[in-house]
Design a protein. Structure first.
Length: 392
């Protein structure tokens, strides 16, 4: 645990130091320091069913610090740390961080113009796992699995885009990711660690000065490092197997800017997942989303969004939901879900001085998700008020 924490701090610290160096570079218009303090209310931080959710909304405080800078005009450096703390339920506390290096530039071969980017990204998250069926910290075989979903993640990414003209762009990218969850040495508990590689190809079409279409498709192969497939009829692990997922994904959308003050984004996503062992984890999913940002004045901004999501396990139907099952037999990360989330935000820049500004913002969010198992049906609302300071 101590080595893991030291690695996190060293990684974030290294990128922060690079960012601070870059803040002194000539590309000051691309640099930013952003600090946010938020107070809010959340009536269901663990996304529990009506039976297990809190009776009253819980107060929380959130602090967020971000550095973003450009070095030598081609290297973007970013680092961010966020800490959320709840007054009456420390199980809901969450600590996340990320650090990224991104090299991007353009070049030409004859009359053909290209742009590329190469990136390395590190992320971590610490949180407490609360079982949806009980409302208490997760337990397996009589032992706590509070850290079950804590993780460290490394991602490497490369993309090449061909700019045919001012109307069409075609791109292809490759992503390699390794995700490592907290190591819990409990016999019988599945290991969630995985490696995956993702190939994406797509295009963007500028329909007019007001809007552009985009579409891409991707294929992902995810390999679990020590996890078994499951039998379709018994749901028991199939000994001697290694679990693989193949994902096929389609994304398409339209970005519309009727004027300089307003921006709309419409997005559709569809994904199929195939379990290469028995098909027990086969699934389909996706979402439909609409978001908008509007500048009311030079110092006031309004944002809103709505998203409908659905995730369905193809070979697990209502008849397989066992009301007498113990919490040990359920994996919360694999449950079906469908529902919608709506959010509304407002920001007002109170003061500007040289290259800094101070703003207040309000955010409201509500979500409602249903499931054939009542323990995985939940409703959640939150409201927050924050102060944001940014510089450069």
């Amino acid at each position: 645990m101590q080595n893991r924490l030291l690695f996190k701090l060293a990684t974030i610290s290294m990128v922060c130091n690079l960012s601070l160096v870059a803040l002194q570079s000539q590309a000051a218009d691309k640099n930013i320091v952003n600090a946010t303090a938020t107070y809010g209310l959340d009536d269901n931080p663990h996304q529990l069913s009506a039976e297990n959710k809190p009776d009253e909304a819980i107060n929380f405080l959130k602090g967020d610090f971000k550095l973003a800078a450009n070095l030598f005009e081609i290297l973007d450096v970013k680092a961010q740390v966020t800490k959320t703390q709840y007054d009456d339920d420390p199980r809901a506390d969450r600590y996340t961080g990320s650090a990224e290096l991104r090299l991007k530039d353009q070049f030409a071969i004859g009359e053909a113009n290209f742009k590329y980017q190469i990136a390395a990204d590190y992320q971590f998250e610490d949180k407490t796992y609360v079982n949806k069926r009980t409302g208490f910290v997760g337990v397996f075989a009589g032992e706590s699995i509070a850290d079950r979903y804590d993780y460290d993640q490394q991602t490497y990414f490369a993309e090449l885009i061909y700019m045919q003209n001012s109307i069409f762009e075609y791109g292809a990218s490759y992503q390699q990711r390794s995700k490592s969850f907290e190591e819990l040495e409990i016999p019988g508990l599945s290991n969630l660690d995985y490696d995956h590689q993702k190939f994406t190809a797509g295009f963007e079409y500028k329909a007019s000065d007001l809007g552009r279409f985009f579409m891409n498709g991707s294929f992902t192969q995810r390999e679990y490092l020590d996890r078994r497939g499951r039998d379709l009829e018994t749901s028991l692990e199939v000994l001697g197997t290694d679990l693989f997922y193949n994902y096929a994904t389609l994304n398409l959308g339209y970005i519309y800017r009727p004027n300089q003050d307003t921006r709309w984004r419409y997005t559709y996503n569809y994904e199929e997942r195939r379990d290469t062992v028995t098909g027990y984890y086969n699934a389909t999913g996706g979402f439909l989303g609409i978001s908008a940002v509007h500048r009311i004045s030079d110092y006031q901004f309004l944002s809103a969004g709505v998203k409908y999501l659905k995730f369905s396990l193809v070979n697990q139907v209502e008849s397989q939901v066992d009301p007498n099952a113990t919490p040990d037999t359920f994996e919360d990360d694999q449950r079906e879900r469908q529902g919608a989330t709506i959010n509304l935000g407002y920001e007002w820049i109170l003061a500007t001085l040289y290259e800094t500004n101070l703003a207040v913002y309000v955010e409201l969010e509500h979500s409602n998700f249903e499931h054939i198992d009542d323990f995985y049906t939940h409703e959640k609302s939150s409201a927050s008020l924050g102060i944001r300071w940014s510089a450069f």
